[in-house]
Design a protein around this ligand. Structure first.
Ligand code: FAD
Length: 587
């Protein structure tokens, strides 16, 4: 079984030293969220993840969720762990105290999401979609629905799902066939089939609240005719107690490559009673509230899995002896593989990406809170634009790099990584879904280039570039070599953005073919921006904790020398255009 120790020191470093965003610090709501409180929370979070949840990863992989006589049973140990998990209040961490939540900011809940992703992604998914459903209901449903459903979801007694996908409709939701027939009492009868539904059915909670998109019988075809409905597994009575079973059955559960402990279900809706959320035909807008926040969390899944892959690779490299290095001192026998340059490169590649991603994610969490809670609307909107710009980047880049890192972890373990005993190949298999669900990474890249760079508020990418240019113009001699490099790559990002802008008007195929490259350039430069913030503190506060800051400075140096140049390769590849791709004749 893989080992895992939550990276508390790094998380507390970010919380204490990088919480320097003026707008975030103006939020009244979080004035009482002190470092001491956060430290206590993260220490408890580390205990439950390391001790109780980590062993569930292997248990779930070896004994996947099953469908037995119409009932979905979760893997051994899940029920007991979930009971403790909700008793300790982990589902309620970031929810509104009005509904029983603890009201913690995303700067804290993102750390918890990372730990849980490291420990067991399959187990995490049972509560993750509940938080997504909570956010969607909280933003868009009537007070009646909120008061009836949110407290139980926050408590973790009921869970949530997101039901979009159907056999013929995955990325293109406009094709959906599920029908909603209006009833005299204002409710709807929902009929149709949804597939690939995460936690669609299971035995962990008393009720499951499905958020389902469907087309009202009098609505137009395409995405303009989609509405959103709350459809409970069991009807909830007026007094909040659980009533009769609704018309939803589980057709089957998928047999999958990874996340086997998570029940991915085919759900059949047969005139199931549903309640409309938000406005008719505006269901996709409401669902996007859930999906946008969810996409950042999927990026964090990639980060969490990368962290555990790195920790195990490092431990293995320190104990495995093979071959001799160029400067070996060993007269007989072999050196530890951590002495080999290529293994060291691979480990540093992982570490410099992971720590940079965590710092970037911390910045994004602050922006998210500002976008939701700042008193000045202008400030809120500007932060919302940055969040919307960076959401596809975090979702795609972190999960793609998760594939690279778990792949490299297998390589470092050699044959012991490929075989099952060490649990390393499972990390690769579990992470493989993250570039696919919540909108595939290709679709994220298209979303970025066609919808996020410019919007009704203007030229968002240039606002972002201006922001990071001004924030990295630092008056510190020691940081100058880094900022000089950074400026070089920021200029490439600027040129690349201009190229995308021009091609959007002249040749959309060039933009589509270069979208993935653009996302990566923006992502690698953004991680470098986060590293500059870390470096600024590292040089200023160096004497407070020399070992820690030396480690940060050297890790950043690796990132700038060996990882950041990828930003330029992606640029060069993209500007070669698309004619070679689009004119190619596949036999
Ligand atoms: C384990 C698992 C859990 C899931 N959980 C849920 C869930 O809880 N709820 C839910 O509703 N769904 C869920 N899904 C479904 C998931 O979100 C979809 O699989 C995903 O959105 C892709 O849809 P698809 O599989 O139909 O692929 P398609 O849409 O058929 O895509 C196939 C390929 O074509 C590419 N492609 C498609 N359209 C475009 C385009 N316009 N431009 C460029 N490339 C394009 C895609 O990137 C992909 O590479 C889950 C799936 C799995 C496997």
């Amino acid at each position: 079984m893989p080992i895992y120790t939550a990276p508390l020191e790094d998380m507390m470093f970010l919380f204490e030293k990088l919480r320097n965003n003026k707008n975030y610090n103006e939020l009244e709501k979080y004035k009482e969220v002190t470092s001491d409180l956060v430290k206590d929370i993260l220490e408890e979070a580390a205990k439950i993840n390391q001790n109780l949840i980590l062993p569930l990863a292997k248990a779930g992989d070896e004994n996947p969720a099953i469908l037995e006589n119409g009932v979905v049973r979760t893997p051994p140990g899940y029920k007991e762990a979930y009971k403790k998990y909700i008793e300790d209040g982990w589902t309620s961490l970031s929810c509104d105290p009005k509904y029983g939540g603890q009201g913690m900011p995303k700067t804290v809940s993102a750390f918890f999401d990372e730990m849980l992703s490291s420990a067991s992604l399959s187990f995490k998914l049972y509560s993750e979609l509940s938080i997504g459903a909570y956010n969607c209901i909280n933003h868009h449903a009537s007070d009646e629905l909120k008061n009836k459903y949110l407290p139980k979801i926050v408590e973790g007694k009921w869970s949530g799902t997101m039901c979009l996908t159907e056999p013929v409709c995955g990325t293109d939701l406009g094709l959906l066939k599920t029908k909603a027939e209006k009833q005299n009492d204002g409710t709807y009868k929902i009929s149709g089939q949804k597939i690939f539904i995460t936690s669609g059915d299971h035995d962990l909670t008393e009720n499951i609240i499905h958020l389902v998109i469907a087309r009202a019988t009098d609505s137009p075809a395409g995405t303009k005719g989609i509405s959103l409905f709350l459809v409970p597994k069991f009807i909830v009575n007026e007094d909040g107690s659980i009533g009769t079973r609704n018309g939803i059955s589980t057709g089957s559960i998928e047999s999958k490559m990874g996340i086997k402990g998570s029940a991915t279900c085919v759900l059949n809706f047969d005139e199931a009673k549903g309640y409309m959320i938000g406005k008719k035909d505006k269901g996709l807008n409401a669902m996007f509230t859930m999906m946008n926040l969810e996409r950042i969390v999927v990026g964090i899944q990639g980060l969490g899995i990368s962290e555990i892959a790195y920790q195990n690779s490092l431990a293995y490299a320190k104990e495995r002896k093979q071959g001799k290095t160029n400067k070996t001192k060993s007269t007989n026998g072999a050196d530890f593989i951590i002495e080999h340059a290529d293994i060291r490169r691979s480990l540093l590649n992982m570490k410099s990406i992971i720590e940079g991603e965590r710092a970037l994610c911390f910045w994004l969490s602050q922006q998210t809170e500002v976008s939701l809670n700042h008193k000045d609307e202008k400030v809120r909107l500007e932060a919302a634009d940055f969040v919307s710009l960076m959401t596809p980047v975090v979702k795609s880049l972190f999960t793609d790099l998760g594939m690279e890192i778990t792949n490299d972890a297998i390589q470092i373990h050699g044959g012991y990584g490929y075989t099952k005993d060490q649990g390393i190949e499972q990390l690769y298999r579990d992470n493989r879904i993250t570039p696919i669900y919540e909108g595939t990474n290709s679709v994220q890249a298209a979303d970025l280039v066609f919808r996020k760079l410019f919007n009704k508020n203007g030229d968002i990418i240039n606002k972002y570039i201006d922001l990071i240019r001004s924030e990295t113009d630092l008056d510190n001699e020691k940081i100058k070599p880094f900022t000089k490099e950074f400026t070089y790559y920021l200029n490439i990002l600027t040129k690349f953005s201009e190229w995308i802008n021009e091609k959007t008007n002249t040749d959309k195929d060039d933009v589509s073919a270069g979208a993935n490259d653009y996302l990566k350039t923006l992502g690698f430069v953004s991680i470098a921006y986060a590293w500059i913030k870390v470096l600024d503190v590292s040089f200023k506060d160096y004497n407070e904790n020399k070992n820690f800051y030396d480690n940060k400075i050297n890790t950043a140096k690796f990132y700038f020398d060996k990882v950041l140049p990828r930003a330029e390769q992606h640029y060069k590849s993209a500007i070669s255009g698309s004619s070679n791709i689009m004119s190619f004749k596949f036999n």
